[in-house]
Design a protein around this ligand. Structure first.
Ligand code: FMN
Length: 212
């Protein structure tokens, strides 16, 4: 529905540059402005292994622990999760852009070649884990909900693996992988000065008194 010229003017006043028709390209353009982490969702063992880069993942519930991934109906992984009834969500670290690109490619290998690329064997469910990931969340499939051209796989979390959490996350934004600006640590701001003062004070307190 076209907006009246008057309404359009109103929007401009509040900083909206343009209102687009509700179509795929517009939603894609809007969501490209929303930075996300990047995961590789995996399932299957040996020659049946499959993995795919995904950022449509949500931690849904803490009681019970439920997790959701949205997978295109045409993606190889979709059918494989339905067959295996479990999956792992590997949260990628900043140095894993190559892995993200590989598992987003339609030409990528499945089976043992995929396992070799991930390089870390299997988790408790049997889903492949990615070596060097920040964390991996393993799920048993609870339900599959239709989501248009995607299926929503709701899983019960059964294992959580923590990797080297000192590495930063891989971030996807506007179609590429920008590096995060490192936020100043508390120590670089005034707060550190206070800490030092506190430390000094404590030092003063325990410093042995000079003999007279
Ligand atoms: C950063 C990133 C995030 C993605 N997230 C998803 C996602 O959440 N769900 C999905 O179905 N495809 C997602 N994709 C696209 C798939 O990884 C890609 O289309 C893959 O080739 C699909 O598998 P297929 O080759 O078996 O069809 C994403 C791609 C990238 C680069």
């Amino acid at each position: 529905m076209a907006l009246s010229a008057e309404r359009e003017q109103d929007r401009k006043k509040y900083g909206w540059e343009e209102t687009r028709e509700a179509e795929a390209s517009a939603l894609r353009a809007a969501m490209s402005l929303f930075p996300t982490g990047v995961t590789i969702v995996t399932t299957g063992r040996g020659e049946a292994a499959e993995g795919m880069t995904a950022n449509a993942v949500i931690s849904v519930s803490l009681d019970p622990l439920l997790f959701l991934v949205s997978v295109h109906k045409g993606a190889r992984l979709n059918q494989r999760i339905k067959e295996e009834s479990y999956y792992a969500v590997n949260l990628l670290a900043v140095d894993q852009e190559g892995l993200s690109r590989l598992f987003a490619s339609p030409e990528r290998s499945c089976g043992l070649a995929a396992i070799n690329a991930l390089n870390d064997g299997y988790g408790r469910t049997g889903a492949p884990l990615a070596a060097g990931a920040l964390a991996a969340i393993e799920c048993e499939l609870e339900a599959v909900y239709p989501g248009g051209d995607h299926d929503l796989f709701l899983g019960r979390v059964v294992a959580i693996h923590m990797g080297d959490t000192r590495k930063g996350p891989l971030v996807f934004h506007e179609g590429s992988y920008p590096s995060l600006k490192v936020a100043p640590r508390l120590g670089d701001s005034g707060a550190f000065v206070d800490t030092v003062r506190g430390f000094d004070a404590r030092l003063n307190r325990i410093r042995p008194k000079k003999r007279r």
